[in-house]
Design a protein around this ligand. Structure first.
Ligand SMILES: Nc1ncnc2c1ncn2[C@@H]1O[C@H](COP(=O)(O)OP(=O)(O)O)[C@@H](O)[C@H]1O
Ligand SMILES: [Mg+2]
Length: 338
């Protein structure tokens, strides 16, 4: 058996272009929305699928949860083919969607979960025990008997997470679980996921367009834009992929703006900004790992300057995100003819 929980091989998804009734009779060019996705996800990993709206995140997680059939290529989940063995896959995964519309609003959270438990073959005492346990896990035990119609969107999402966990799945797939909720509820949901949903036995796939969320929750992130994985890795890998130079900010006093010329030979580039305090902030770009920063600091002091702070500037996840989207735009998929 394969060691990977998910393994995709040149996965392609293409949708027919919307061109009215004529498209019923004639093959039209299709729009490629996932372009040869090759990725693997390890057991126990929290794997982020990040990217802007329309990137193809939902399409990818729908293929992995067997809801749509890929155009070409293949995907295996828990060692099973998502097309050939779709029922077996479905039995072993849990899925949580961001826009939760599949509950019965006139029934309580408890009743809803009991209904879905029955679909998983749980019944009687066992089902009730499992549902109570999960409602407690997601912090809804006090609202268990309230009709879901009265639930806030955060509470609905909690119920959706509880439903995703009913079968105690080895793999839980969440598609933008915080999309429809307010920022405070989103924060609480992230804490819930981090503290209670993630455990070492479970692999989680989290699709999100919120970089902070990916940063907070995921071990590795695949950035998708324009249907392609632009890069995949942990946060350090992703930062490294774009940050060619190291950037340091140094705040200096006691030297004139015009006198920083002596630094030019030591760094790749230097920018000087005068601060209100009379100090200067230098932005230094240097080749990674070189001795430049200590050398620069010593030289400044030798020249009679005082150093107030020296800090390394890291690319933020939002900056990485913007760069990945730009890279995706430059290599966007072509239409395929069928
Ligand atoms: N059923 C569909 N028919 C045609 N196009 C679709 C369909 N579903 C999604 N798309 C298109 O596929 C692209 C990717 O969509 P999606 O996977 O929902 O992206 P994301 O979840 O990252 O926002 C979008 O351009 C979207 O318009
Ligand atoms: Mg989506």
């Amino acid at each position: 058996m394969t060691q990977f929980v998910v393994e995709t091989d040149d996965l392609v998804m293409a949708y027919p272009q919307q061109r009215g009734w004529r498209s019923l009779f004639k093959s039209l060019p299709k729009k490629v929305v996932l372009d040869r996705i090759n990725t693997t996800i390890n057991r126990g990993e929290i794997f982020g699928v990040a990217g802007p709206n329309g990137a193809g995140k939902t399409t990818l997680v729908k293929i992995l949860s067997t809801l749509v059939i890929p155009f070409s290529g293949s995907a295996r989940v828990l060692g099973l083919d998502v097309v050939e063995d779709s029922l077996a896959v479905r039995r072993r995964i849990g899925v949580v969607y961001g826009d939760e519309r599949s509950f019965f609003w006139r029934l309580s959270g408890f009743e809803n979960l009991l209904f879905y438990a029955s679909l998983y073959g749980l019944s009687g005492k066992e089902a009730r025990r499992r549902v109570s346990q999960l409602l407690e896990l997601v912090g809804l035990q006090e609202h268990a008997d309230l009709r879901m119609h009265h639930y806030s969107s955060g509470m609905k999402q909690r119920t959706a997470i509880a439903r995703g966990l009913l079968s105690d799945p080895e793999l839980l797939i969440m598609d933008e679980p915080t999309r429809t909720v307010d920022p405070l509820a989103a924060m609480e949901l992230r804490a819930l996921v981090k503290e209670r949903v993630i455990d070492s036995r479970r692999t989680v796939i989290l699709a999100t367009n919120d970089m902070g969320e990916a940063e907070q929750l995921c071990d590795r992130v695949a950035f998708i834009s324009h249907g392609k994985i632009q890069m995949v890795g942990n946060l350090e890998d992703l930062r490294g992929a774009f940050q060619l130079d190291e950037i340091h900010h140094v705040v200096v006093s006691g030297l004139q703006r015009s006198s920083f010329g002596f630094l030019r030979d030591l760094v790749s580039s230097i920018e000087v900004v005068a601060l209100d305090t009379g100090q200067h902030q230098l932005e230094l770009r240097t080749a990674p790992g070189g001795p430049a920063v200590p050398v620069v600091v010593r030289r400044i002091v030798e020249e009679g300057g005082d150093i107030w702070s020296c800090s390394r500037k890291q690319l933020s996840m939002d900056e990485i995100f913007a760069m990945a989207v730009e890279r995706g735009r430059q290599t966007a998929a072509e239409e395929v003819l069928v």
